[in-house]
Each structure stands twice: as C-alpha cells, then as structure tokens.
Design a protein around this ligand. Structure first.
Ligand code: PTT
Ligand code: SF4
Length: 612
C-alpha cells in the first residue's frame, strides 16, 4: 500500500500507553483519510450518549494521502471528536506542520483516549512517545505555550495546543497550531482540555511511502510554483479572504447586529483594503505559495491575524468598526483558543437578548472594551456570566427563554458563519444541511446563487449545487486533506487532486470515485446524528427562525421587505433529500445506505432510530 503509512497511533492518557496499530487496505480505500478516518473511528468507538467532555470521548487527528507532501497547500490536518457544542460528530481543518511530521513519524492518524491525571504534553518522535508534565503551561495562553515549545524543541516541529478556553471546557474552544492557525470549531479544543492535554508536539524523520516519489516530487513542486504564479497574477492574496467583506456588504449578505441587518455604511472601515493597508506581515500554512493570513497591530500593539470570518463576526456583527479593536478581539480568541466565529455570535446574541429584554445586562453592540472583558470571562468560565457565555448560543437561549432561540444564530448548536442568509435561500440550505452545523466550509453557494440564479429561487438547481460543493469541499478536500483555496480562489483544476492522489498511491481514481467516498462520509455523519438524537425531525435542518420572520426584514437596501419563505425552504430541503436519497427526516434510507456500502453501520444505528 502506497500513499498511506498503514498505521495509526493510539494513545491512552489514563494508562499512559501508546500503541501503533495497523489498518487494512480496505479501510484506506473506503475512508481514505482525514474526515473519512475520523468519521468512521468515532462512529465505531464512541458510543451514543458518551459525555463529550468525559474520558470516553476520543480526540482524533487525521491526515490524508496527500497531506504533508510538497504539493499545493497540503499542510493541513483534520481534528475531530464528539462535539461538546453540538453533541454529535464534530471536526475542523487547520494548517499545521503536524501534517508532515506525523506522516513522517509513520502515522496517518492519532487516536487519543482517556484522561491524564495531570496537565500533560505529548511528544512524538517516530516510534518514541513521551508523556511530559505540562503543569507550568496550564493556565497559559497559546502564544506563551508556543514560545515555550519552540524554545525547547525548535521552530520546525509540528505543534497542536490549546489555551485557557480549552482548559476550562468552553464549548467552542479550538485547537491552535504554531503556524497561527485554528481549527475544530465545535469545541474540539475543549475535548483536548477535558483530557488535560495541553499540547502535542510531533517530529517525524522517515520518508512517506509513495508509489513514485520522484514523479510526485516533480509534479508537486512544479504545481506549487504554478499556484504561486497564479496568485501573483490575480493578486488574490492582497486581500485574501477579507476581500469578501465589501462584497457581502454590497449584496446585503453581511451579518450586522446579530444578523439583524445585512449591510452597514461603516463596513468599509474594516474591509480587505483597510486590512491590507494595515498589514504588518503575511502568514501561511506549510506547503503554501498563496499565503492568505494578514496580520495587523491590534489596539494593544500585539500582532493579530485576521481572515474574513473574524472581521465579519467579531467586527460587523458586533457593530465594531475599528480595525485595531477587531484585531484585539481576534487576538484574545487566538490566545485563549476560542473559535472567533462562535465567540462573535455568542456575544452578538447576548447583546441582542439584552436589547429584546430576554435577559438583563449592560453589554451593548459596538462596545469593544466590554466585549474583550466578556471574552476573557468566557475563556475562564469566570463567574455566572462567564459560565453562561462559555456554553454557546443555543444553550444560552434555552436558559433565557422568551423566544430567544429564534435569534440564536446557529444550526444544530454550531454558530453560523459570516453570511447573512435573511434572503439567500441556497446558502441558508447550505447551513441547514452542513454535516456539523452552520459552517460555510462545506458549501459556499452564495456566489453561484447571486450570479447564476435568481436570489428568489428555491429550485432543485440550488440543492444540486449544495450537494456538488459538499462533495468537493466537505468531502474530497477533507479526506485527501489539502486546503481548498487553490481551487476555489485561483481556479486551480479539481482534476489535479485525483492526479496527486493517484501519483502517490499508484491507484487510478477519478473524481467520481472521490464523490462516492464523500457521500459515504456524509451518510455516516447523518447516522451518527440519528444515533445521538433518535427523535430527529427535518426541523433540525432549518436555519435560525429569525430569517423567516417578516418583522426582521430590512427596512431599506437591496433586499428591503424580504425574508426567507418557510414553506418554500421546506420544498428546497425536500429537493436536497430527494437528490441525496434521504428520508423525510433527512436520514439516508436503507437503500441509500446499501448503495454507500454502509449496511453494517446502518445495522448499528437501527436500534437507536428506525431507518426507512
Ligand atoms: C475554520 C474557521 C475559519 S474559516 C476561520 S477564518 W476562514 C476562523 N479562523 C479562526 C482563527 O484564525 N482563530 C481562531 N481563534 N478561531 C478561528 N475560527 C474560524 O475557524 C483557515 C483557512 C480559511 S480562513 C478557510 S475559510 C479555509 N478553510 C478550509 C477548510 O475548512 N478545509 C480545507 N480543506 N481547506 C480550507 N482552507 C482555508 O483555510 P475550522 P485554518 Mg480552521 C486564526 O478550521 O474548524 O474548519 O474553522 O483552518 O488553518 O485556520 O485556515 O475566512
Ligand atoms: Fe493555509 Fe491560506 Fe495557504 Fe490555504 S491558502 S494553505 S489556508 S495559508
């Protein structure tokens, strides 16, 4: 078997043991890697009802066949666990040197189980695994922890770590990496914290098994240069993802004031142009020639890296239009290891709930200094309010009552990405049926929708587009494990990816083979959801209710008076189910599960919820 190391490293923190386990070629060909491996391992090993923050949950780091090799944008890793935020499968994808080092150490994945009896760091170097005390680092932010680790092990090692957010079990704590990246929005950092695992350091020195290493080297390094050239020609990384803000503002798709408004006259103050002008450095993941991270000085003079989601949700959505203050909120999220997107939605929901009289408090939109204090409280679970804010918006809404769940901007417990779908039905569907909750990672249909179809349409073409994008973005890029930006931002051909995959594995897969694996993964995540929530109804695939509320319509601008239509959305959802072969609850039918090769998994799910 080429392209895969054939091994997974299983570490038990309770017994302080490590075991190298091999997996079969069939497993590799069925699940490929990354999200595929994580989905299957968690389905088989974490039983329904398991406490996500207990020792029986498992923290997975999973790589794919092209992860870590010098080819376009392969310095990525999937981190996954049963989510403490949503209660079912959750994952994220972050840039890190762990990708290359873990593969060179001889593993395609890590499974971390149990709970350490004291704060611990794992050091993995090829076959060696050390359990190191991390008492001195516990309580420190990710930047200080990074500095310590770099100082001790050298700048080139692979590192994943958590900040105070993960330590204190904030439900939207992320995993951070030394390359300035963050991943695992549905609280995967809190799962690390629950295991008292402060950091993982990886150093690998062996070659990654490849069918034709010379051909792969020539192909991969040649294409890395080509991607870099296209980026220079197009100028994409001048503003990178932050270029989206001005466009969202123009098309009335920006989240402003807890998504109540869709555009704002001051949005230009925090847009991509302003950000590029304030740039002090450019950040990137390993094996990348279109480095997209832009850093600026925040209000306190620290270096803070901003992407679109961060300025959208910590800026516009909180009505904070001072770039350095948005930088400060972002810096705090990075240092505490909190997801910027959920953090932004949690604070905007809190301000909105106060405005609506659902709870008492003095936090107001636009108050950056108060927002900093609240983030600090949420990361430390400081007092009653800190504890409340650490729970995420759905749990907060259930505590507040007074109908506030309608404007808690989340789906299945995961807070929405920075696209205001008040009148964008296809993107609303993309949030509704995203595998892990309201993330844009799997289907970003908004440009297709606004450019190629009418905004009003709830037709089957939108459901088809969501499925197509889920297969590419939530599927292929997540199981071969590479950054999707060369394709989505520079038009780098999708066919390049089976080409890399085949060159490294010696197989002859087409894009259609990739889509089959993608559909299987989506099917299994749905079974995972059904097992955890046996009473599932199609309502679970609906976006926040406020988007259907005529009283919430814009008073002026491009979509004045318009909101989503609930009946038509239900029809669009049915198109999606029909095209996927799912039942009326959005669960794959038995026939679909058989087509996806999931009969065994279906039998395991049957006792928790009846399949049709
Ligand atoms: C991703 C999510 C995103 S998506 C952003 S900005 W984006 C936020 N970044 C955060 C951050 O930074 N710090 C922090 N404390 N929290 C953060 N939360 C948010 O996390 C990310 C890039 C980006 S920038 C995007 S779109 C693309 N995402 C990819 C993906 O999901 N898969 C893939 N195969 N390729 C991708 N390429 C791009 O990577 P999550 P990252 Mg993160 C600092 O992981 O949980 O999916 O949340 O990944 O390494 O930071 O790179 O406008
Ligand atoms: Fe990382 Fe950005 Fe490069 Fe993708 S484009 S690999 S997210 S630096």
């Amino acid at each position: 078997m080429y392209g895969w190391t054939g091994s997974i490293l299983r570490i038990n923190l309770s017994s302080r043991t490590a075991k190298k386990e091999s997996y079969s070629e069939e497993f590799a060909h069925t699940w490929v890697g990354g999200r595929g491996f994580a989905t299957k391992i968690l389905y088989d090993e974490v039983m329904p009802g398991t406490d996500p923050l207990g020792p029986d949950n498992k923290f997975i780091v999973a790589l794919g066949p092209i992860a870590g090799i010098p080819a376009p944008n392969t310095g990525k890793a999937v981190v996954a666990a049963k989510s403490p935020l949503t209660g079912f499968y959750g994952d994220g994808n972050l840039g890190t040197r762990v990708s290359e080092h873990l593969r060179k150490a001889g593993y395609d994945a890590l499974i971390i189980e149990g709970r350490a009896d004291r704060p611990t760091m794992l050091y993995i170097e090829d076959d060696r695994v050390e359990f190191l005390p991390a008492d001195d680092l516990w309580g420190k932010g990710t930047y200080a922890a990074n500095d310590y680790i770099y100082g001790k092990y050298g700048v080139g090692v692979g590192v994943l770590n958590i900040g105070q957010g993960g330590e204190n079990l904030n439900r939207y704590a992320v995993v951070r990496s030394l390359e300035g990246r963050a991943g695992g929005r549905p609280g995967i950092g809190a799962v690390m914290g629950s295991k008292r695992l402060k950091a993982i350091i990886v150093k690998g020195t062996r070659p990654i098994p490849q069918a034709d290493p010379q051909a792969m080297r020539a192909l991969g390094s040649g294409d890395l240069k080509k991607v870099g050239r296209i980026d220079k020609q197009t100028g994409w990384s001048i503003q990178s993802t932050t270029g989206v803000l001005a466009w969202c503002n123009e098309v009335a798709g920006l989240p402003v004031r807890n998504f109540r408004k869709t555009h704002h006259p001051d949005a230009w103050k925090i847009d991509g142009e302003r950000l590029n002008n304030a740039r002090i450095a450019t950040y990137g993941c390993p094996n990348c020639t279109m480095r997209c991270g832009i850093t600026i000085h925040d209000r306190e003079g620290r270096e803070s890296e901003l992407d679109y989601e961060n300025i959208g949700l910590l800026g516009a959505n909180l009505e904070i239009f001072e770039l350095d203050q948005v930088g400060s909120l972002n810096y705090l999220c990075d240092d505490y290891g909190l997801d910027t997107m959920s953090a932004g939605c949690v604070l905007s929901f809190y301000a909105d709930a106060i405005d609506q009289g659902a709870t008492a408090g003095d936090f107001r939109f636009g108050d950056a200094e108060a927002a900093k204090k609240l983030l600090t409280m949420a990361a430390h679970r400081d007092g009653k309010l800190g504890n409340l804010l650490a729970e995420g918006s759905l749990r907060m809404a259930r505590q507040f009552g007074y109908g506030s769940e309608a404007y808690a901007m989340q789906v299945k417990g995961l807070e929405c990405a920075a696209y205001n779908c008040k009148f964008i039905p296809g993107q609303a569907l993309a949030f509704g049926v995203a595998a892990i909750g309201a993330h844009h990672r799997e289907a970003w249909i908004i440009t297709f929708e606004l450019k190629n179809t009418t905004r009003e349409s709830y037709g089957p073409e939108k459901a088809a587009k969501v499925i197509e994008l889920q297969r590419i973005r939530g599927g292929m890029f997540e199981f071969i494990v590479a950054c999707r930006f060369p394709w989505i931002e520079l038009g780098w051909g999708l066919e390049n990816y089976p080409h890399y995959f085949n060159t490294i594995t010696g197989l002859k897969w087409s894009l259609d083979d990739m889509w089959r694996v993608a559909d299987r993964i989506y099917g299994l995540i749905k079974l995972n959801y059904l097992r955890e929530f046996p009473g599932t109804t199609r309502q679970a695939d609906f976006p926040p209710a406020v988007w259907f509320d005529p009283a919430n319509a814009d008073k002026e601008g491009p979509i004045a008076g318009k909101v989503l239509d609930a009946e038509k959305y239900d029809g669009l959802l049915q198109h999606y189910y029909d095209q996927r072969g799912y039942d009326r609850r959005g669960i794959p039918t038995k026939a679909t599960l058989a087509r996806l090769g999931l009969e065994k998994e279906a039998a395991a799910a049957e006792k928790f919820g009846t399949l049709e």
